[in-house]
Design a protein around this ligand. Sequence first.
Ligand code: HEM
Length: 456
Amino acid sequence: MTASATAALPPRPPGLPLVGHAPALMRDVLGFMTRISREYGDVVRVGLAGREVWVVSHPADIETLHIQTGRLFDKGLQRDPLLARLLGGGLLVSEGDFWLRQRRLAQPAFHSARIQGYLSVMQAQTQALCQDWAAGGVRDVNADLSSMTLRIVMRSVMGLPENSDQVERISRALDDALTGFRRNYGVPLPAGLPTPARRQFRRGSDDMDAVMKQLIAGRRAAGGTHDDLLDMLLSARDDSGQPMTDPQLLDEVKNILLAGHDTTASTLSFALYLLATHPDAEQRLAQELSSVLGGVTGGRLPELGDLRSLPFLDAVIKETLRLYPAAWSTQREARQEVTVGGYVAPPGTLFVINHWVTQRDPRFFDAPEEFRPERWLDGLEARLPKYAYFPFGGGGRICIGREFARLEAAVALAGLVQAFTYQTVRPLRLEPAISLRPQGGLPLRVQPRKGGAVNG
Ligand code: HEM
């Protein structure tokens, strides 16, 4: 909380009757949120699809919202009919004791030791993508990376066999669900109206359910142990000795998949785009990789022990997550009357936390719009106010897959930069859906790097 409480309400920029700020949000949600936060302050009221939300952008208030989740705030996502359909009662959206129980059940699959075991899957999939790109040419790198990260999470966390043909189907289903969700975002029409966007969303969600149900049934029928998240969830018992029901299992599996693949794929795509447009940074990264991992033919992918010798690689990933946070916006809902940013908010107030706005705030970052990975090399993270940079959230609801994501991003980016150089084909367009991703894919010209291939 940044100031003592006042009786006044936060400022509300002028909007249209009935639809409020929905048209501005639909046109350019990132630009609109940035503009109102810079012009109107750290807490701003916005009218969104019949509901008012408070947009919060000061780190001190963001900290309150994160560390008090479960006490003063809920996530409040289960009310959204589309999210409820897509994610059910899984980890991303569940609340209270139920969430805590599920989080404890899933946590062991994300312990450091376990993550290390996933490294070989990450390396193998990176090598497979390098082979796929070996001929060079223009590739939709986001589509390819999305397929790669989906394979990684499906194989490592869900134990999907190497030869499964389900990945493409899940990928299409997810794409429909996410695109339908984005097209519906902020649309001020009655929830039950079957618009084309909602039909697309429904088609994707239904298909995803169908594939996941098959996966779970197959695993139940096969028996045996696979030592992965699906096993842990299947064998988990609650206090009264009951296993998870199939619908609960389905929800958890979908949540991990949804949270765990598009986010990392987008982060990697944004990193490649930023490197393609910043040759100095690209050169510096290539040199670091070459000196640690061997740059000429025979260069290898990083092992865990290499990562601390690759500070610029880490800085590139950090800076990418600052400028293009895959989780670009999160929300919380007040359980009771609370004070945020000096304003008293009634119970039920919905708060939007905008990573994009705060991580580009000139109060905390020099030249905030510029890609400068080197800013992270001199201990900046420790000097920043808490929650000025929070790509994985914080508090009890911090991203369960953050170590997984960091390792995956480091291994894949190292391999893809050792093996290729990249050129842009058109400017980057953004799609702020559930996660932030390149709109319409990300075409880049991919060219094998002379003497630097990693092709296993
Ligand atoms: C660059 C990649 C990623 C980013 C930027 C990211 C970001 C986030 C953020 C900000 C949250 C907190 C949301 C909130 O506070 O409301 C979150 C939660 C979560 N993430 Fe990630 N994530 C990434 C990758 C992953 C991966 C790889 C997995 C799993 C394999 C994963 C699984 C989850 C789950 C299950 C939650 C909900 C946790 C809970 O509420 O208990 N994420 N993520």
